[in-house]
Design a binder for this molecule. Structure first.
Ligand code: A3P
Length: 309
């Protein structure tokens, strides 16, 4: 039941093949880990999962949650984020989960991440008392971010794809862990049913008022800021350290590779512009109309919507 979307004669490399497996599209190099995690991962009630569809602000949310959870141990000068990228600090379940079941990453933190759709999560994540912080992003911005990643940034991992080619696939639901809208809806509906388990965030809201959401995320995860910490400016310090300007200028972001997996993507590919509304610079009126129409149809009366930008 694994279907490949991209004919090899187009020059797709083996690990760049995207496959449809039990309801979602996944690059073949991640699929084995995803299936293994589904079958074997035993979530602990103390685990906290950072979940998202790629290009929604995952890297940022990982830096924020890692900083919140480790703030007693580290400050802005000593945080491991200076030398290890957020994807190492908050490991990706389907990428890093070893067959021995050992969690990598610094120390024994409760933080893990996954791009798997809600319906495909290992059963123990759904059944245990563990928490999920989900981030999503307005589809046009997410697509433009993905399009850049697919066209240039991910070069080496797969054959580059034009923005137009990527758009066709995206609209048909063929994108990393897509269909994109189904991913959002899965977590959205689950968050309505279990608000104490799933915190559903939008990238745009996080940009608008980062300190408010940092406080909210910390409370949700069970790491609330004390009044004293608030007075001492702890929230602001985390907001500033994790800002696009600061994170993208760290040496590790400019030169590092995610070498701890076997793919070795340049860390700088996770930082492009970090803006809301960049789609205006890339999409034609036809593309905008088509994507907006799909979004409207897919999200329907679910209650999930995105502000007009
Ligand atoms: P753009 O390509 O629009 O710039 P992900 O981490 O899920 O792959 O998402 C990547 C997107 O988040 C990219 O968007 C990237 O620039 C943006 N991003 C990365 N770090 C960020 C930060 N600290 N603050 C805001 N946006 C950030």
């Amino acid at each position: 039941d694994i279907v490949s979307a991209l004919p090899r004669e187009n020059g797709w490399k083996a690990y760049g093949d995207i496959c449809f497996y039990k309801g979602f599209w996944c690059y073949s190099y991640l699929l084995e880990g995803a299936i293994f995690a589904q079958d074997h991962y035993k979530a602990q009630p103390t685990d906290i999962f950072i979940c998202s569809v790629p290009k929604s602000g995952t890297t940022w949310l990982k830096a924020l949650t890692f900083s919140i959870v480790t703030r007693i141990q580290f400050n802005k000068s000593t945080t491991p984020l200076h030398t290890q990228n957020p994807h190492t600090c908050v490991p990706v379940l389907e990428r890093y989960f070893s067959r021995k079941g050992i969690k990598p990453g610094p120390g024994s933190l409760p933080l893990m991440s996954t791009h798997m759709p809600y319906a495909s999560l290992p059963k123990s994540i759904i059944d245990s008392g563990c928490k999920i912080v989900y981030i999503c992003r307005e589809p046009k911005d997410s697509f433009v971010s993905l399009g850049h990643y697919a066209s240039k940034l991910r070069a080496g991992l797969q054959e580059p794809m034009s923005l137009e080619e990527c758009f066709e696939f995206f609209c048909k639901g063929v994108s990393d862990y897509g269909p994109y809208w189904d991913h959002l809806l899965g977590y959205w509906k689950a968050s309505l049913e279990q608000p104490e388990k799933i915190l559903f965030l939008k990238y745009e809201d996080l940009i608008k008022d980062t300190p408010f959401y940092v406080k909210k995320i910390a409370e949700f995860m069970g790491y609330p800021f004390s009044l004293e910490e608030e007075k001492e400016g702890e929230i602001q310090e985390i907001v500033e350290f994790c800002s696009f300007g600061n994170m993208s200028n760290l040496e590790v972001s400019k030169t590092g590779k995610s070498a701890d997996d076997n793919i070795g993507v340049d860390i700088k590919t996770f930082y492009r512009k970090g803006k809301v509304g960049d789609w205006k610079n890339y999409l034609t009126p036809e593309m905008i109309e088509r994507l907006d129409k799909i979004t409207k149809q897919k999200l329907g009366d679910s209650g999930l919507s995105f502000d007009e930008i």
